[in-house]
Write a protein of this length. Structure first.
Length: 311
């Protein structure tokens, strides 16, 4: 019997590195961001018929195009009857390993669906210094944006993910590890994870090889994918983010930084920053609202209808 493992995290938190290291173990096969979990969760698909299976297979093959070794999975795995989503999910892994699963930060927003439909799955949440997350997020997507927009976007993102994670921190099947521990004490951290998921630790796991087989274009956004695990990125934000942005982020993310044990010295906020925080909190509340869920469901239903029409 194969077991599922899901790696959750904030965006830009090092989940690709963690997934890569775990895949060095012959008993583990993790994929990179299939997007199936968000799709079925938003649409509420617990049991899927033939057409839905084909649609999910289409999405899966599309999502794995950046994997140089991915071989397109045939529609023959789809059956003309309703089957549970977890049964279909396992068909996508044409490997004989004890552990299967994936890493996708967005899955953090769908832990409730995973709990309901993937019984006894193991879940790992990878935390990282929010200041490092913000810096990485800025470098990839918001390099040329105004400071207030960058602060708004990244704080909304981190708070939204944290709120979803926080609801489940007391679960026995959810283990939290720190990116900094993974970097500074790689062997110990990986041994801890292996014990949690009940597989034997292998020294080869600490070698950072491109076990996700990411293509050249995707690797541009994961520059350390083939490098030896190192500490270069731990405090890079100190040299790349303006001091003012660092201080503002410390204030806006003070509760989350404190929760994960990251040291902060919060300065007195300006009226402008307090106003920005109100705007951020309003958006975070909206992200949890029924209205947001309804809008997402409509959006994803339209994607599905478009697929059916295009046939």
């Amino acid at each position: 019997m194969r077991n599922n493992i899901f790696i959750f995290s904030f965006s830009r938190s090092g989940s690709t590195l963690l997934c890569n290291l775990l895949n060095n173990n012959q008993n583990i096969n993790l994929i990179n961001e299939s997007w199936l979990i968000p799709t079925v969760s938003i649409l509420g698909w617990k049991n899927i018929n033939y057409n839905k299976q084909k649609y999910l297979l289409y999405l899966f093959n599309k999502s794995q195009k950046n994997n140089k070794k991915h071989k397109k999975i045939s529609v023959n795995i789809c059956v003309k009857k309703q089957i549970p989503i977890n049964e279909f999910y396992k068909k996508l892994f044409n490997v004989n390993t004890k552990i299967i699963g994936e890493k996708n930060p967005v899955n953090t927003l769908h832990i409730d669906f995973i709990n309901a439909n993937f019984n006894n799955s193991k879940k790992i949440f990878l935390s990282r210094n929010p200041l490092s997350i913000a810096n990485s997020y800025k470098n990839r997507w918001l390099k040329n944006q105004p400071s207030h927009y960058f602060l708004y976007r990244v704080t909304v993102l981190i708070k939204t993910y944290f709120n979803s994670y926080y609801k489940y921190i007391s679960e026995n099947n959810l283990k939290t590890i720190k990116y900094e521990d993974l970097i500074c004490d790689t062997s110990k951290t990986l041994k801890n994870i292996c014990q949690y998921i009940n597989v034997e630790y292998d020294e080869k796991m600490k070698d950072n090889l491109n076990k996700l087989f990411l293509d050249k274009e995707t690797k541009k956004y994961h520059q350390n994918i083939d490098k030896k695990v190192n500490k270069e990125s731990l405090e890079r934000y100190l040299n790349e983010l303006p001091t003012k942005e660092i201080e503002d982020l410390k204030f806006l993310l003070r509760d989350i930084m404190s929760f994960f044990g990251y040291k902060i010295n919060v300065v007195k906020p300006t009226k402008k920053l307090l106003k920005l925080e109100e705007k951020i909190n309003k958006r975070v509340r909206f992200n949890k609202s029924k209205t947001k869920k309804t809008l997402l469901k409509i959006k994803y239903k339209l994607y599905y209808v478009k697929y059916l029409i295009s046939g």
